[in-house]
Design a protein around this ligand. Structure first.
Ligand code: GDP
Length: 330
């Protein structure tokens, strides 16, 4: 990938897509197509092909498709699954048709079987049943991985998949009904602090463990892999720190400065008991995440505060899951 290569970040307004775009510009890649051009409806194959035929990207980061937290996955499984299947099929096919040199597909760690040995290595994929709270979404994301592999096998396309840990950061989705745990807790504790509320409810037992990655670090890893990775993949990208939801809630409480009590609400689901990735391959290549969890939480909280002083962007109806306004949204 050269500084003047034509690059398309499909889902350029999702949490991860927007972070990749920001990072590309910082690193000097000037020809990011969706910096200037609005994305078509990527669920529409014909529109997507026309867009690719017009701009003929050489490199594609596929970060598009709706996603959401545990509640959104349980409430809207059909929408999440359908959207991801359509978007992935459109973009992968259009990329192949226009001769894209390399495509990086953002998969999801929830596609690992629920009882995978931890940390989860790519050899565990497809080895057992999925976590039921997000099975439809996880199946759609896994179908994307398989689709990239199929285009590689049949056509020799250099398409590969990346499994990130749970991503968060500025631009995240802060709506309670669809957000992931970090933006949810930041918002709940901020609002409780402002209202002087004595309790904040944390869903589930607090015992599940998750590995989190800051969106800017994930974006950096994706650009690094696009430049250097020359195997079929897939590749895991962990954030380096695995914490329990209880530990995370305590850390968020410190960052926000909320002095009340955390109550664990066991009527809400825990989801997967543990999600932690074996990122040994990427570490052996020389890449490590740079941002400590606490610092990344503080930056994300600052972003939330800056937005709350302007407009309530996290309540906008046109937001999609991965945390942003649709142009997309994982
Ligand atoms: P998951 O990684 O797919 O399970 O997605 P989430 O980020 O939505 O949830 C991670 C864990 O955090 C689950 O065990 C949730 O029950 C727990 N959790 C605790 N409080 C909240 C909350 O307010 N919102 C969300 N989304 N999850 C929460």
């Amino acid at each position: 990938m050269k500084f003047d290569s034509r690059i398309c970040v499909a889902g350029g307004d999702t949490l991860i897509g927007a972070a990749i775009l920001r990072r590309l510009l910082i690193q000097g890649y000037k020809e990011a197509i969706n910096r200037r051009e609005p994305e078509p409806d990527l669920t529409d194959g014909a529109e997507t092909e026309a867009f690719f035929a017009r701009y003929v990207p050489e490199y594609v980061f596929l970060a598009a498709g709706k996603s959401g937290g545990i509640q959104e996955n349980m409430a809207r499984p059909a929408e999440l699954m359908r959207d991801n299947l359509l978007v992935t099929t459109s973009v992968v096919h259009a990329a192949w048709k226009t001769g894209v040199r390399k495509l990086l597909y953002l998969a999801s760690s929830c596609s690992y079987p629920r009882n995978s040995p931890q940390p989860m290595a790519v050899g565990s994929l497809m080895s057992g049943p999925l976590e039921p709270t997000n099975e439809p979404y996880a199946m759609a994301k896994m179908a994307g991985v398989s689709l990239c592999r199929a285009y590689r096998l049949q056509y020799g396309a250099d398409f590969f998949s990346v499994f990130p840990a749970n991503a968060f950061g500025p631009g995240d989705d802060f709506r309670p009904e669809s957000s992931h745990v970090i933006p949810a807790l930041l918002r709940k504790m901020h609002e409780a602090k402002m209202a002087g509320a004595p309790f904040v409810d944390v869903w589930g037992s607090g015992r599940p463990r998750r590995e989190f990655i800051y969106s800017d670090d994930l974006a950096d890893s994706c650009i690094y892999l696009m430049q250097k990775y020359d195997r079929p993949g897939p590749v895991n990208v962990g954030g380096g720190t695995t914490v329990s939801i209880g530990e995370l809630a305590a850390l968020v409480q410190e960052v926000v400065g909320y002095r009340g009590v955390l109550r664990f609400d066991s009527s809400k689901p825990d989801g997967m008991p543990l999600k932690s990735l074996d990122s040994g391959e990427l570490a052996a290549m020389g890449w490590q995440p740079a941002t400590p969890l606490r610092e990344a939480l503080a930056t994300t909280y600052d972003w939330f505060l800056s937005m709350s002083s302007t407009e309530a962007v996290w309540d906008r109806e046109d937001r999609t899951s991965e945390g942003t306004v649709h142009s997309d949204g994982e």
